[in-house]
Ligand binder design. Structure first.
Ligand SMILES: [Zn+2]
Ligand SMILES: [Zn+2]
Length: 365
């Protein structure tokens, strides 16, 4: 069901697909086109990636302890909201203090914006800000013809040689994979297990392959995804954890030593319980996925086995600049599998939720 507001549309209107209330179909609304002032920039959206976290925004929460729902509104999300944080487009208009960019230039938007003053922001880690203002989560994002970016400093020039649909995914899915690979601190000959061979897993495998000397073991329950990461990502080994015991399989593949690092893109109780049984002493366990649930830990094994449990959330704008340069050199090749129009936003989210999108879906407003 798509509702249009009754107000007469005029040429200064912007069409946006918005979540009015959790669980309800997104509404196509006509909003007034924002006029950028000061350092703000107005970007005409060409591509906006459809991300798993958009589903959580749409459902209004995440699974927490004892099956309790962690509400998005308790985290400061306000509805109605235009989702979309993987945004590539062209500059439409600039405020009078926005420097270094010009009209019609192709840009990627860094969406993990902070308030600029907390210790994380001051270190350049705005993605970990105490009071985040992320686009498409706390502020209206890219499921729209235009998006207002608070400052030119969140734009990355991508030039003409990159595909905008594929490039849009750099700012969340690829950035998250990159941040996780960095947090795993991989050394040559490390055995790293990548849990979840979907879009993020594939990117993490490509990045780990290109940038570290680690041996990569991909784990999933879907043979088609495992085949893709072996052929397109360069995974050294694959394990189907539905068909074989994941702990036994990893111990066999690592001469009974266990994994030096694990990056879990699912992060559900079941996957992390298995992770904790095949980690080697000193291992880094990087938890990324937002599936949720809970975990029982043996406290004494933390010091005796000296492993590190690390939460990883997206990446910095500097990481994004590095990724754009890696993409330009062909080191990573994001896969776009589905394209949608703005009025198909609900369909895009439903397909993603039902596991019907194998690579990445993008909306082209
Ligand atoms: Zn995302
Ligand atoms: Zn901050």
């Amino acid at each position: 069901m798509i509702l249009l507001l009754i107000r007469e549309p005029c040429d200064v209107d912007v069409k946006s697909a918005r979540i009015i209330k959790p669980h309800e179909p997104l509404e196509l609304q006509q909003l007034e086109i924002p006029k950028p002032s000061g350092v703000q920039v107005l970007v005409k959206v060409h591509s906006s990636g459809v991300c798993h976290s958009d589903i959580h925004l749409w459902e209004g929460g995440y699974e927490g302890l004892d099956g309790q729902v962690l509400k998005t509104t308790d985290r400061g999300v306000k509805y109605p909201l235009t989702p979309g944080h993987e945004i590539a487009g062209t500059i439409e208009d600039l405020g009078d203090q926005a420097e270094g960019f010009k009209k019609n230039e192709k840009v990627l938007v860094y969406p993990w914006i902070g308030e600029g003053l907390c210790p994380a922001c001051r270190r350049g880690e705005e993605n970990l800000c105490d009071a985040p203002r992320s686009l498409g989560i706390y502020v209206d994002g890219g499921y729209s013809e235009y998006v207002l970016v608070p400052s030119y400093k969140y734009l990355v020039n991508i030039g003409d040689d990159l595909d905008m649909d594929a490039d849009a995914t750099l700012s969340c899915s690829v950035l998250t994979a990159y941040g996780a690979v960095k947090n795993a601190d991989l050394k040559p000959n490390d055995n790293v297990v990548i849990v979840g061979a979907g879009g993020l897993g594939l990117m993490a495998i490509q990045l780990a392959k290109a940038l570290t000397g680690a041996r990569i073991i991909a784990m999933d329950i879907d043979d088609n995804k495992l085949k893709t990461v072996k052929e397109d990502g360069g995974a050294d080994e694959i394990v189907n954890s539905k068909k074989e015991d994941p702990v036994k399989a990893i111990m066999e593949l690592t001469s009974n030593l266990g994994a030096d690092a694990i990056i879990d893109f699912v992060n559900a109780s079941k996957t992390v319980e298995a992770d904790m049984q095949f980690l080697r002493r000193r291992a880094r366990v990087v938890l990324v996925g937002l599936f949720g649930g809970e975990l029982k830990l043996s406290l004494v094994s933390m010091p005796t086995r000296a492993y590190r449990l690390i939460g990883s959330y997206t990446g910095t704008i500097n990481d994004l600049l590095e990724l754009v340069s890696l993409a330009k050199r062909g080191v990573i090749k994001p896969l776009i599998s589905n394209r949608f129009k703005l009025d198909q936003s609900t369909e895009a989210l439903t397909m993603l939720k039902n596991g019907k999108i194998t690579g990445r879906g993008v909306i082209n407003p």
